[in-house]
Design a protein around this ligand. Structure first.
Ligand SMILES: NC(=O)c1ccc[n+]([C@@H]2O[C@H](COP(=O)([O-])OP(=O)(O)OC[C@H]3O[C@@H](n4cnc5c(N)ncnc54)[C@H](O)[C@@H]3O)[C@@H](O)[C@H]2O)c1
Length: 324
């Protein structure tokens, strides 16, 4: 996967046939008018990852005779980039695609690594593909319109990348927090890309990207069902903090390391006014985690900054005791 800047992308669009899938937030955005497109659909992020949307887009591609020589382009947050990747992987058994992520979460995580998918039944990302985009277009101007929650907690995956292996990101966040947007995004793309390129199908090393996500995903489902949804980023930060406690209790990190990294995360993210998480109530949602095997719950073992093991299994009973 290569990256393009905005200017290169505008030039590219002029000499290729483009089918644009964009978040309807940008329907009247003058920036999108700079791109030369042959066909476009604007979609609400809320319904992007559904089978009916996929069918609609497949139909439009067929009716307008798009072929493997054309490009499917997704402009939006993770909902649109996931949808675009899914369509690109399935239409005509795969057509080239380009992603233009417009949220921090999508630019630093969702749009990198080739995972695309839709929700089905009551399950998130139940059906999906792995297909890397031809190009990633990073244009930080998009992030200026994000709300406060998406701006603050949109950096969660960057903090995770810093903790699991990117020293550049760790140093930068420690010194300047989130000031250098372009540096943080480009280093994050570079880091995730390097992990994924070693293990596209998540058989080994790629699993380290799940740090904080065993408890983070469970918390996301719990909050959603409790009618007080938390953003993905906020759940990942809270998940990392709780998993650090677990790592300390099982002896993977010292008391000092746990306190040090906990303080670091509190320095980066505004967590002080959040209610305490009832982790024992969240526990049932951990059972659905993709890393589990039978009654064993899968975690990434965190042994210190930059020192992680992709797989560690704990019994449900042990996790219950550790969360108490
Ligand atoms: N494929 C992966 O590896 C991966 C990883 C993490 C998350 N995801 C997926 O990403 C999705 C969430 O993505 P997201 O957090 O980017 O949110 P999103 O795409 O659902 O968008 C959230 C909201 O932000 C709006 N928005 C988008 N760009 C904006 C901008 N620049 N300014 C203002 N508003 C903007 C959208 O219209 C929407 O209302 C989930 O479906 C999740 O499953 C995928």
């Amino acid at each position: 996967m290569k990256t393009m800047n905005w200017f290169e992308w505008i030039q590219f669009s002029k000499s290729n046939r483009i089918f644009l899938l964009a978040d309807d937030f940008f329907q009247n955005d003058p920036l999108l008018k700079e791109i030369k497109v042959d066909q476009s659909i604007f979609i609400s992020a809320k319904i992007a990852k559904s089978l009916s949307t996929v069918e609609y887009v497949w139909n439009q591609l067929l009716e307008n005779q798009f072929t493997k020589h054309d490009f499917l382009v997704g402009v939006g947050g993770g909902s649109i980039t996931d949808l675009t990747t899914f369509i690109a992987g399935t239409y005509k058994r795969g057509i080239p695609h380009i992603l233009v992520p417009t949220t921090l979460l999508a630019a630093t995580d969702a749009a990198i690594g080739g995972k695309g998918g839709i929700d089905f039944g009551n399950f998130k990302n139940a059906v999906g593909v792995i297909k890397s985009p031809e190009f990633l277009v990073i244009y930080p101007h998009f992030f200026e319109q994000l709300g406060i929650e998406e701006t603050t907690f949109g950096w969660a995956e960057v903090a995770k990348h810093a903790l699991i292996g990117s020293f550049d990101l760790y140093k930068e966040l420690s010194a300047n927090k989130f000031q250098n947007v372009e540096f943080l995004v480009s280093k994050s793309v570079e880091f995730k890309n390097s992990v994924v390129s070693e293990d596209l199908y998540e058989q080994g090393r790629r699993k380290i990207l799940n740090f904080g996500h065993t408890l983070g995903h469970a918390l996301e489902s719990y909050q959603l069902e409790s009618n007080s949804p938390y953003s993905h980023g906020k759940c990942v930060v809270l998940g990392m903090l709780k998993e650090l406690e677990i790592m300390h209790k099982i002896g993977s990190i010292s008391h000092y390391q746990k306190d040090d990294i906990t303080q670091w995360l509190h320095h980066l993210f505004p967590l002080e006014n959040l209610p305490n998480t009832p982790w024992l109530e969240v526990l049932p949602y951990v059972k659905n985690d993709k890393k589990n095997e039978g009654n064993l719950i899968g975690f990434v073992e965190f042994c210190g900054v930059g020192k992680v093991e992709p797989e560690m299994k704990l019994s449900l009973q042990t996790v219950k005791e550790l969360l108490s």
